[in-house]
Design a protein around this ligand. Structure first.
Ligand SMILES: Cc1ncc(COP(=O)(O)O)c(C=O)c1O
Length: 469
C-alpha cells in the first residue's frame, strides 16, 4: 500500500518536473503530505527515488530543487546536417600541432615556443602599461595603430636595398595574428574557385585558410633551396594562377631558406607572370645560423605581399601580425579585414609595440639565437644516435622545427600512436601536404618545454620507427 502511494507521488512529481525549469523549488514535504494524503515516510521515499534518478536535489536548509540535467537520453542532431548539406571543403578542427600535451609528456608536436623562450618580463610590463594607456579605451582604425604601422614599415624598410622604395606606414595593415590574414589574402587576391600555387609541403594552417577561402590549391614541390623556378613558371602558365604562397625564410615544416640566387629567379618568374608572391615571414625572429632576408624588401612594384607575425616571438597571447601590401591589393585586403573583424584590440597592439621597441627586445633576440641553436643541435644529435632511420635532409638555419623522412613502409598513424603511448607527442607530416603526402614524414619542434628530455624522446621515436616498418 505504502509502495503504491510512493509510486503515485513519484509519477505525479515527474510530470510536474517535466513542466518546470531547472532550479525550480519543489513544494515542502509538509505540503506534499497534505496534497497527496500520504504519510511523511511515503513522501520522503518518493523524494529519495527522484534524487536517485537524478531529477531533483536537496539542499540542506534551503529545500528540494529540480536539477539542471534531467535526461540522459542521447540527443539527435542529425537534422542539422540535412539542413546544412555536405560542406564545400573539409576543414579539420584540430591540427596535430594544436593538440594539448598530457602532463609529463615530451611535447615535440606543437608549433609554439616554450614560455622560457619568451620575453616574459617585457610582456608583463608592456601589458600593464597598455592597460593604463588610452589604448585600453579607444577603437583602433581598421589598418591599426599608426605607431605600430610605422614600426612594421620601418622594419621592412631597414632591409630594403638602395634603389628600391621602402614601404610606407600606410601600406601596413595590422592583423590579430597572421592566420586570419592568410584567409583574407586568399579571399581578396585569389577569390573563390580560382587557383592558388603553394609550396609543398607547406604550413597546414595556410592549406586550411585556402580551403576556407574556397580557392583551388596547386602544389609546387619545394626542396631545401625552395621551389624550382621553372616548375613555378610552368604552373603559372598552365593554371592561369596569379598568386603563389610561400615561406622563403625557415619554412614550416622543412626549415628551408631560399638562397639569394633562388630569390632573384623566383621574383623574376612572379613578375613575368604579372603575379603576386604572398611571403609568410612567420619565423623572422628565429634565425640561428643566418639572418632573415625578406623577399619583400626587394620589391616595390606591389608583387610581394608580406605577412610578418609577432605571435611566436613576442607571445602567443599578444597575438599581433601585419600584412604589408601596396596598391589596389592593399585596398582589397583592407576591405576584407573591415568585413572580417573591423579592427584589432588596441591594448594588444600597444603591448606588442611596447615590447618590440624596448631595448630589452634586441637583447632578448640575441639571447634566443644560442638557445635555439642548442635545442636544435641537441634534438639533431639525439635523433642521429637513437633514431638513425629518421632522415633529416636539411639542418634548418633558423625556425623551430626539424622535418624528418621515415622509411617508406612506415605506418605513420601507428607510429604517432605508439610514441604517444610511450609519452612522446610528435606530428605526422600528412597535414603539411596540400595534396597526398609524398612520403612518411614527421615534424619535430625543438622549441617546446623540457629539452632535457630530447634524448629520451629520440630513443622512443627510434624504437617506434623500428617497430612500424
Ligand atoms: C608558417 C606559419 N604562418 C602563419 C602562422 C600563424 O601564426 P599566427 O599565430 O600569427 O596566426 C603559423 C603558425 O604556426 C605558421 O607556422
Amino acid at each position: 500500500m505504502d509502495n503504491d502511494s510512493s509510486f503515485r507521488i513519484v509519477a505525479a512529481l515527474r510530470a510536474w518536473i517535466a513542466g518546470s525549469v531547472p532550479g525550480a523549488r519543489l513544494p515542502t514535504s509538509r505540503a506534499l503530505v497534505a496534497k497527496y494524503g500520504a504519510s511523511p515516510v511515503t513522501v520522503q521515499k518518493a523524494l529519495r527515488t527522484l534524487v536517485a534518478q537524478g531529477l531533483i536535489e536537496t539542499r540542506p536548509g534551503a529545500g528540494t530543487f529540480v536539477r539542471a540535467v534531467r535526461t540522459a537520453r542521447p540527443l539527435d542532431y542529425s537534422w542539422q546536417t540535412a539542413a546544412m548539406r555536405s560542406p564545400h571543403s573539409r576543414l579539420s578542427a584540430l591540427s596535430p600541432a594544436l593538440r594539448a600535451a598530457p602532463q609529463g609528456a615530451i611535447a615535440l608536436h606543437a608549433g609554439y615556443p616554450d614560455r622560457e623562450l619568451l620575453p616574459e618580463r617585457l610582456i608583463r610590463s608592456a601589458l600593464a602599461r597598455a592597460a593604463r594607456s588610452d589604448a585600453a579605451l579607444i577603437r583602433s582604425s581598421v589598418a591599426g595603430l599608426p605607431e605600430l604601422q610605422s614600426w612594421f614599415a620601418h622594419e621592412l624598410g631597414a632591409a630594403t636595398p638602395v634603389g628600391v622604395t621602402p614601404p610606407l606606414p600606410s601600406d601596413v595593415i595590422v592583423l590579430p595574428g597572421s592566420q586570419s590574414g592568410l584567409a583574407t589574402i586568399f579571399r581578396a587576391l585569389v577569390t573563390a574557385g580560382r587557383p592558388l600555387l603553394m609550396e609543398s609541403p607547406t604550413y597546414w594552417g595556410a592549406i586550411q585558410a585556402a580551403a576556407q577561402a574556397g580557392v583551388e590549391v596547386i602544389p609546387i614541390p619545394s626542396g631545401p633551396d625552395g621551389p624550382d623556378p621553372d616548375a613555378l613558371a610552368r604552373a603559372f602558365q598552365e593554371t592561369g594562377s596569379r598568386v603563389f604562397y610561400a615561406q622563403p625564410t625557415y619554412a614550416n615544416p622543412t626549415g628551408a631558406q631560399w638562397s639569394d640566387a633562388a630569390t632573384t629567379q623566383i621574383l623574376d618568374v612572379v613578375r613575368a607572370h604579372g603575379a603576386f608572391l604572398v611571403e609568410d615571414d612567420w619565423a623572422h625572429d628565429f634565425g640561428i645560423d643566418t639572418d632573415p632576408r625578406p623577399v619583400a624588401a626587394r620589391d616595390d612594384a606591389g608583387h610581394v605581399v608580406y605577412v610578418r607575425s609577432l605571435t611566436k616571438s613576442v607571445s602567443p597571447s599578444v597575438r599581433i601580425a601585419a600584412v604589408i601590401a601596396r596598391g589596389p591589393a592593399r585596398e582589397r585586403i583592407l576591405a576584407d579585414r573591415g568585413a572580417e573583424s573591423m579592427y584589432v584590440s588596441g591594448v594588444l597592439q600597444a603591448a606588442a609595440l611596447d615590447v618590440v621597441t624596448q631595448p630589452g627586445w634586441q637583447t632578448h633576440l640575441r639571447n634566443l639565437r644560442p638557445q635555439l641553436r642548442a635545442r636544435r643541435d641537441l634534438l639533431l644529435t639525439s635523433l642521429r644516435e637513437h633514431a638513425p632511420d629518421a632522415h633529416i635532409a636539411t639542418v634548418p638555419a633558423g625556425g623551430l622545427n626539424l622535418w624528418a623522412r621515415l622509411p617508406d613502409a612506415t605506418n605513420l598513424d601507428r607510429l604517432v600512436a605508439d610514441c604517444e603511448a610511450a609519452g612522446v607527442m610528435i606530428a605526422a607530416g600528412t597535414s603539411w601536404f596540400p595534396a597526398e603526402p609524398t612520403g612518411p614524414f614527421i615534424r619535430l619542434n625543438y622549441s617546446g618545454p623540457n629539452p632535457g628530455a630530447f634524448a629520451d624522446g629520440a630513443r622512443i621515436i627510434g624504437q617506434a620507427v623500428t617497430s612500424n616498418h
